[in-house]
Design a protein around this ligand. Structure first.
Ligand SMILES: *Cc1c(COP(=O)(O)O)cnc(C)c1O
Length: 367
């Protein structure tokens, strides 16, 4: 039995998803190309948009970060100016990218427990009309906070800016009205809430916007425009595709439909989350975020104040029991994280809670 992964991904996947990988297939194989085509259509389906409405999707090799970087380095031209809104490590990572590509960037940076207020964004847009693009993280996985992509999306349309949303850890788990919100580029990856295995990221975008980005790319391998044109023409990747990961992903989408789609998956994750919060509250653990800002993907918990608490030992003892939690990533507060996405059900949360009780007892941690 594999360990249970209470992490932000890679996650536990279904057996049928793993089994889908037991094939050798050439990257120009007709069968494989039809899978790529199907996945690209399914992604639009899941996003509630279609290619007739100016949307398309493209797959990009590598982890989620590669997908984000392909967007940042292809979509924002040298003359562009990005308004980056950040309240965590993944937002900051976009800042690292714009620095590397020398993209002019105005950063609205917030503490990790603050949802960036739309009013600040509007003020920034009013103050500097040279801004061309806006980027934000939907679920900032650093804490699990849900950012207000809707109101910032409205501003992006009011002020006519291109809107980039990293929905890595939320797409598939949270219904997102891409068109209604005004998202021009949404990025996610194979190993998060669609519950596939790692290997590639994907971007759902407005065709009329990417069409303007032909000469923008700063790299060859992460040229989103180049990848799109090639994929559109031939259903092929320009360079070796992660074949097995793509086969698994198609099965994962099928399984998502069988579960009842994004709304049903969202319900399961919320059940997991609610059970986790109730149980950890009973134990005495405190969350880092206020409940109103906390999403149901992953939760940050403060280290207990008792000096007997030692995170490494806590982690190891849970690991021995087959329960894998995640370290914290906060700049100034000691936290650990527990995710409740992937193939996790109420029974798994109950087992985790018992293990946490047992381990804290062994460590003599009291509240
Ligand atoms: C997981 C994640 C990423 C991508 O991380 P990789 O390690 O490159 O897969 C980016 N943004 C957010 C919000 C994430 O949760």
């Amino acid at each position: 039995m594999d360990n249970k992964l209470f992490t932000p991904g890679p996650l536990n996947t279904q057996l049928i998803v793993k089994e889908a990988m037991l094939h050798d297939m050439g990257s120009r194989d007709k069968e494989f190309l039809s899978v790529v085509k199907e996945i690209r259509e399914e992604l639009l389906n899941l996003a509630g948009v279609s290619s007739d409405e100016d949307f398309d999707s493209v797959l990009m090799q590598g982890s989620g970060t590669y997908g984000v970087e392909s967007v940042i380095s292809t979509v924002i031209p040298t003359s562009g100016h990005l308004l980056l809104i950040t309240n965590g490590a993944y937002g900051d990572r976009i800042g690292q990218m714009t620095k590397a590509y020398q993209i002019r960037t105005t950063t609205l940076s917030y503490k990790e427990n603050i949802v960036p207020p739309a009013d600040d964004v509007e003020e920034a847009l009013k103050n500097d009309t040279s801004i061309t693009h806006i980027a934000i993280i939907h679920c900032e996985t650093t804490t699990g906070i849900f950012n207000n992509i809707q109101s910032i999306g409205e501003l992006s349309k009011k002020y006519n800016k291109i809107y980039i949303v990293d929905a890595m850890s939320s797409f598939g788990a949270v219904p997102i009205d891409i068109r209604g919100i005004g998202i021009d580029f949404l990025i996610s990856s194979s190993n998060k809430c669609i519950e596939g295995v790692p290997g590639f990221s994907f971007v759902i975008f407005r065709k009329s916007v990417l069409e303007q980005c032909k000469e923008n790319a700063r790299t060859v391998s992460l040229d989103l425009y180049g990848q799109w044109i090639y994929m559109k023409k031939s259903h092929q990747f320009r360079f070796t595709p992660p074949i097995q990961s793509i086969l698994a992903f198609r099965k994962a989408i099928e399984a998502l439909h069988q579960e009842g789609g994004i709304s049903k998956r969202s319900e399961r994750y919320q059940q997991n989350y609610n059970l986790l919060i109730r149980g950890t509250e009973e134990i005495g653990l405190k969350t880092y975020l206020e409940k109103k800002d906390q999403g149901y993907i992953i939760t940050s918990f403060l280290f207990p104040g008792d000096p007997n608490f030692d995170f490494t030992l806590f982690y190891e003892k849970l690991h021995e029991r087959g329960q894998v939690i995640y370290q914290g990533k906060l700049s100034d507060t000691d936290c650990f994280r527990i995710g409740n996405i992937g193939q996790l059900y109420t029974e798994d949360i109950t087992n985790l809670l018992s293990a946490i009780r047992e381990v804290l007892g062994e460590m003599n941690v009291t509240f």
